[in-house]
Write a protein that binds this ligand. Structure first.
Ligand code: GLP
Length: 245
């Protein structure tokens, strides 16, 4: 069953999500929480709030482990638009989360070794004890991570082709440079194994995908609709993102 919470603005969404992270981090303490992290513009206010709580209130990440959903392919980790760089800039450079326990799929693994690298990523999640709390954004086309329409609910970490619409939306970020045509992403089954999932959506662009994912049928046409099958999903929406329900 999905829970849905609606806030007047994106700051309310960020605070609610940060509260869930804080509760988990404090509850796990030295046992170490396992965090599933996302990129995109939507989680930025959450990351700002986590950095603030770390700096001003001493919220500790020293024992945590993190796994990011996805990365463009091919892309170097120091490319300005890589998700590795995004995470450093917006979160990791400002926290005490040890570098050795931050995981992001590599955007540079050559194809011959890629399937093995994806299996290693799944194995690393399992070895960490599974993801306690996964934060997700949602694409306008209903993608989660880079599981585009057509992705199967049993899918695992793998290379995927990006939708033309996804690449078109990313074009501004890449400032004239070509957007990679592919990515490496956790699969839908990988995501659905997280013990708890928070889906963040803000702004009117997301309203149609949010309504269909929560209230419509579970379908491969809309990857986020498979979240209905997870026992502990909370949608944190601002009013514009909730407007089509
Ligand atoms: C990206 C990511 C997704 C993200 C989505 C929405 O490309 N791969 O994980 O949720 O697209 O991005 P935004 O939050 O910027 O709308």
């Amino acid at each position: 069953m999905s829970r849905v919470e609606v806030f007047v603005d994106a700051a309310g969404v960020a605070r609610a999500a940060a509260d869930a992270f804080e509760a988990l981090l404090r509850e796990r303490g030295k046992d170490g929480a396992v965090l599933g992290l996302a990129t995109g513009s939507t989680p930025l206010p959450l990351y700002r709030e986590l950095v603030r709580r770390h700096r001003e209130e001493g919220l500790p990440f020293a024992h945590a482990t993190s796994f990011n959903l996805d990365e463009y392919w091919p892309i170097a980790p120091d490319h300005p638009r890589s998700f590795a760089r995004f995470m450093d800039e917006h979160l990791f450079d400002h926290l005490d989360l040890p570098a050795a326990r931050r995981h992001i799929p590599s955007g540079l693994t050559p194809v011959p070794g890629l399937a093995a690298a994806c299996q290693d990523y799944e194995a690393a999640i399992a070895a960490a004890g599974g993801i306690d709390l996964q934060v997700l954004g949602i694409g306008v086309n209903g993608h989660i991570g880079f599981n585009e329409p057509g992705a199967l609910p049993g899918s695992r970490t793998r290379m995927v082709e990006l939708d033309d619409s996804t690449r078109a939306r990313a074009r501004g970020d890449f400032g004239g440079e070509e957007v990679p045509a592919r990515a490496v992403t956790m699969g839908l089954a990988t995501i659905l194994e997280a013990r708890r999932i928070l889906v963040l959506a803000t702004g009117p662009d997301k309203a149609a995908a949010v309504a269909a994912a929560i209230d419509g049928p579970a379908t491969t046409a809309l990857p986020a609709s498979w979240l209905q099958q997870h026992p502990d999903v909370t949608w944190l929406l601002d009013a514009p993102a909730a407007a089509a329900r």
